[in-house]
Ligand binder design. Structure first.
Ligand code: FES
Length: 153
C-alpha cells in the first residue's frame, strides 16, 4: 500500500507518502528504504518486521491519520481485504490486477473482471481498477482456479 509520490492534497501541499510492505525478502524491502517514505514492514509470521498482515498496520494508520488514497499491489486476497477495510473508512483505493493474459487485446476474454457489474478486461481496461468497484471475490475464485490448473499441467 502506498500513495502516489508527489501527489498534491486539495490545499496544494505535497502529500506525505507512506508505504506498507509485506515481504520476507530483505532485497525488496531495501528498495523501499531507498525512497523517502514512511515505511512499515510486516510479515504474517513476524519473522521480519511487525507480525501481522497489511491490514493490521493499515487499520492502525487509518485510525490515526488522514489518508487520501491507498494503492494495493500484490496477492488478490490482500487487495480484497485492503479494499474492504478502506471502504469502511471511506478512503479511495486502487488495486492492480494480474490475471493470466493470453492475447492482451481484449479478444480472448481470459482476463475479464467484473467492475460495478460490468465486464472489463484487465489487459485493455486495467490493470489498475477502483478497489471498491471490482468484484475481487470472483477474481479470487478465477485466480485460484487458474493457479490450480497451472499447477496440474
Ligand atoms: S488477455 Fe485476452 S482479453 Fe485480456
Amino acid at each position: 500500500m502506498t500513495s502516489i509520490p508527489g501527489d498534491r492534497t486539495p490545499n496544494g501541499n505535497l502529500s506525505p507518502v507512506e508505504s506498507i510492505v509485506v515481504s520476507k525478502e530483505e532485497r525488496q524491502v531495501q528498495l523501499f528504504r531507498q525512497l523517502e517514505v514512511k515505511l512499515y514492514v510486516t510479515t504474517d509470521d513476524g519473522s521480519y518486521g511487525e507480525k501481522g498482515f497489511v491490514t493490521t498496520v493499515l487499520e492502525r494508520v487509518l485510525e490515526q491519520e488522514k489518508v487520501d488514497l491507498v494503492i494495493a499491489v500484490g496477492p488478490v486476497m490482500m487487495m480484497k481485504m485492503t479494499s474492504l477495510l478502506t471502504k469502511k473508512h471511506g478512503v479511495p483505493t486502487l488495486v492492480s490486477l494480474n490475471p493470466i493474459m493470453v492475447d492482451g487485446t481484449g479478444m480472448c476474454g481470459c482476463c475479464r473482471v467484473s467492475v460495478n457489474g460490468q465486464c472489463k478486461f484487465t489487459c485493455v481496461d486495467g490493470p489498475i481498477f477502483d478497489g471498491h468497484a471490482v468484484d475481487l471475490t470472483s477474481f479470487c475464485l478465477v485466480k485460484g482456479f487458474t493457479s490450480k490448473k497451472k499447477n496440474a499441467l
